[in-house]
Design a binder for this molecule. Structure first.
Ligand code: NDP
Length: 394
């Protein structure tokens, strides 16, 4: 018998919904690159229902208890001696979502001698100290692709929200106004602008593909160049450096993982080199950007807008400066946890657990760390030695 510790975000303030806005979800069979969707032997939840909050339990309780395991679900995770800390000491598996990350620091890993699997129900395992996990021979896995398109849609929405000045215009309507000039004084067309993505992986590429019909000029940078045919199809300009891309673009959307090579990549110097009035959208990880430098760039007008859904820490304190900085269209970390995405990552979590308990290999694309080193997607997208700043938050 194993103890599985699941850290999930709290239920809605009014409790779990008794009915939903829509009936069911569209049926998908494959991701855009042909990868198959999660394929557990069975599921015990209804796709389209809330699974990522405490009472949703990722639909895992029946399956785990039928196999004789213990499932403990908590949301209290950050304060000293949190429920997460108390339960971690004898857990074999920890499941956490990036939206409500259970920061698995080296200190916490040292206090969890039975921990063997850290499973991210979503994408992005930077909340785990990957070096400490490697040393402790903990397998780290995530549900690759489960919410990549969800995030791409959110990024495109936030680009348009900023450039078109959508949220301030909406607020005038709610306030009872009809202030056309107030709405229009910061509103532009996206058409004709230069839009660049930092990383054209699963999400970044989907953003480029979705933006092509808008008549924009598309740019990207990452370590490996895309196939020439794809560059040609989308009309992409490749940049070998972030600096080159940010100088050439009006809108920059960030889509790379957080690791030592990407920490604070958007800093004072990069911001100074951008065109005055640029926009940044960050649905990847907050710590890709220097938090204070973003605020200064918005206040000084170097940036015309900043949007995203990722923060540090999560949840951010009530006085986090990104809540109140000007010209922002921030949301909580929600882009990857639509009801559509939840159904996929709950199924993917179950698939990984089925493999784990049956001693079957976990899909290579789901692996971040295995056998004491980066593996699978982790070996392709991450580096270890995560800076302590990212992982010291408890
Ligand atoms: P992928 O693994 O498909 O893509 C990651 C890309 O990052 C790769 O193309 C890689 O290309 C690139 N990359 C890595 N390091 C660098 C670097 N130093 N500079 C430029 N590019 C780099 O992942 P996804 O697209 O699915 O997800 C990307 C990230 O988005 C996740 O790691 C996660 O942090 C975030 N995310 C956020 C979600 C949300 O809810 N907001 C949900 C899902 C993901 P190369 O190796 O060639 O550099």
């Amino acid at each position: 018998m194993s103890k599985i510790l699941c850290v999930l975000y709290p239920d809605p303030v009014g409790g779990l919904p008794t009915s939903y806005a829509r009936d069911g979800l569209p049926q998908l069979t494959h991701y855009p690159d042909g990868q198959t969707l999660p394929s557990p032997e069975a599921i015990d939840f209804t796709p389209g229902e809330l699974l990522g909050s405490v009472s949703g339990e990722l639909g895992l309780r029946k399956f785990l208890e039928a196999a004789g395991h213990e499932l403990v679900v908590v949301s209290d995770k950050d304060r000293a001696n949190s429920a997460f800390d108390r339960e971690l000491v004898d857990a074999e598996v920890v499941i956490s979502q990036p939206f409500w990350p259970a920061y698995l620091t080296a200190e916490r890993i040292a206090k969890a001698p039975k921990l063997k699997l850290a499973l991210t129900a979503g994408i992005g395992s930077d909340h785990v100290d990957l070096e400490a996990a490697s040393q402790a021979e903990i397998t780290v896995a995530e549900v690759t692709y489960c919410n990549s398109i969800s995030v791409a849609e959110h990024a495109v929405m936030q680009i348009l929200a900023l450039v078109r000045n959508y949220l301030p215009s909406h607020e005038w309507i709610v306030k009872g106004g009809w202030n056309i000039a107030d709405c229009a004084e910061r509103a532009y067309d996206l058409e004709g602008m230069h839009v660049g993505v930092v990383a054209a992986g699963r999400i970044g590429l989907a953003v480029l593909q979705r933006l092509k019909p808008f008549g924009v000029k598309l740019h990207y940078t990452q370590r490996h160049r895309l196939p020439a045919a794809l560059e040609q199809e989308l009309g992409l300009t490749f940049h070998t450096t972030l600096e080159s891309l940010t100088k050439a673009c009006d809108v920059v959307s960030l889509h790379c993982p957080l690791h030592p090579g990407t920490m604070h990549m958007v800093n004072e110097q990069i911001l100074r080199g951008m065109r005055r009035g640029s926009y940044i959208v960050n649905t990847a990880r907050a710590e890709l950007c220097d938090q204070a430098a973003i605020v200064r760039a918005l206040e000084g007008g170097q940036l015309a807008g900043y949007a995203g859904d990722v923060w540090f820490p999560q949840p951010p304190p009530a006085n986090h400066p990104w809540r109140t900085m000007p010209h922002q269209a921030m949301t909580p970390h929600v882009s990857g946890t639509t009801l559509s995405a939840q159904a996929r990552y709950a199924a993917g979590t179950r698939e990984i657990l089925e493999c784990w308990f049956a001693g079957r290999p976990i899909r290579d694309e789901y692996l971040i760390v295995a056998g004491g080193k980066l593996a699978g997607t982790g070996a392709r997208s991450y580096t270890v030695n995560a800076p302590s700043k990212v992982l010291a938050h408890t």
